[in-house]
Design a protein around this ligand. Structure first.
Ligand code: MN
Length: 357
């Protein structure tokens, strides 16, 4: 397990590289060029600027999250081909700075959905929260306004310019079924995977968050059967998944540890976090500890360990604790605690394996 940490870039993150450096075992940054719109080719000079900064602090840049997929690709429009070409060019450039994994997603319009960014928990900390009944009675535009007004940062996936087009996008998706979305993903993968393979970069699709349809939009990366199907669309080790325990875990019907055991060889990147799911379908992002949430994170780590996992992992999100002012879900403190929990479980399993338990 190679530990990495998501960082939004200079002037775009409350956490500093010096702080990340002091978290035990973090070897690389999970990064992106957040100011490049989806569909555009990434400029090499900006990639090299990032590389210089990472080098100065002794981090590698092997994991990119995300190179966003243009909506026209997801919609299967004729204009998709030019955006797919741009995507290929970006893959080629990323290979030049040693990138090995590209995390991406195929969710229509929204990357992830929550109703509250800072929901207070019993201990006084706050966390990202999803109120299912509220979502079902809410207009998508209101949610967008809510998210943008309640965060000091521009949220990836919720960029204002993209969201100005929300009504026409909903209209465009009206006739796109889940089968269509699978077909559009296949079209994308058939063109992208050979390029990724030639440059030794693994494509790792992120599950839908939450893993079910919201606002009537189609969603396909939601459960074991669909993951098996998408891995078969192009049956190559370069067509992989970012197994996100928190996203998939928001549906208690998903057995995350079982998915790790089944798909281990196709998981170049692991997002590990816990989530507490309530009877009514609401969920909140808790600490990593198994006993604090619905997902048995210790067993998830054990599943990776059993499979001799050598891929990348990051503590996906964290709560906001100790009065930290930070991006929703992306503070320093709770993610650092999460890393220590993951290492604690991992190291204990190593001891047992070596007969030193
Ligand atoms: Mn995730």
């Amino acid at each position: 397990m190679k530990m990495v940490f998501r960082w939004y870039g200079e002037g775009n993150d409350s956490v500093t590289l010096k702080q990340i450096k002091q978290i035990p075992g973090v070897e690389g940054l999970v990064w992106s060029l957040h100011d490049v719109p989806a569909g555009e080719e990434w400029p090499m000079d900006k990639i090299l600027d990032y590389k210089r900064l990472a080098d100065e602090h002794g981090f590698h840049l092997k994991v990119v999250e995300s190179v966003n997929v243009h909506e026209d690709i997801k919609l299967g429009l004729p204009s998709r081909d030019k955006y797919i070409e741009n995507y290929k060019r970006t893959i080629e450039k990323l290979a030049k700075v040693g990138v090995k994994v590209i995390c991406y997603n195929f969710m229509p319009i929204f990357d992830w959905i929550r109703t509250d960014l800072f929901k207070e928990m019993e201990d006084g900390s706050t966390a990202l929260f999803f109120d299912k009944a509220k979502i079902e009675s809410m207009a998508a535009e209101d949610l967008v306004r809510n998210i943008n007004e309640n965060s000091a940062f521009t949220m990836p996936g919720w960029e204002p310019e993209r969201l100005q087009r929300i009504a026409p996008l909903f209209e465009a998706y009206k006739n796109v079924s889940e089968e269509d979305l699978f077909n559009h993903l296949q079209y994308f993968l058939e063109q992208i995977i050979p390029v990724a393979e030639a440059h030794d970069i693994k494509m790792a699709i992120h599950p839908d968050d939450p893993p079910y349809s919201v606002f009537g939009l189609p969603r396909i990366v939601t459960n074991r059967d669909n993951i098996q199907r998408l891995l078969g669309l192009v049956d190559s080790p370069y067509n992989g998944i970012t197994l996100c325990s928190g996203s998939l875990g928001a549906n208690p019907g998903n057995d995350v540890a079982a998915m790790v055991r089944e798909f281990a060889g196709r998981i170049p990147f692991a997002h590990i976090r816990n989530v507490k799911v309530y009877e009514n379908g609401d969920f909140i992002e808790t600490s990593h500890r198994s006993s604090d949430g619905t997902v048995d994170i210790a067993d998830v780590v054990r599943a990776y360990h059993e499979n001799g996992y050598t891929g990348f992992a990051r503590p996906d999100h964290g709560r906001h604790i100790w009065d930290e002012q930070c991006r929703p879900g992306y503070g320093l403190y709770d993610r650092a605690l999460g890393i220590m929990y993951l290492w604690g479980v991992w190291d204990a399993l190593e001891r047992v394996k070596e007969g030193r338990g």
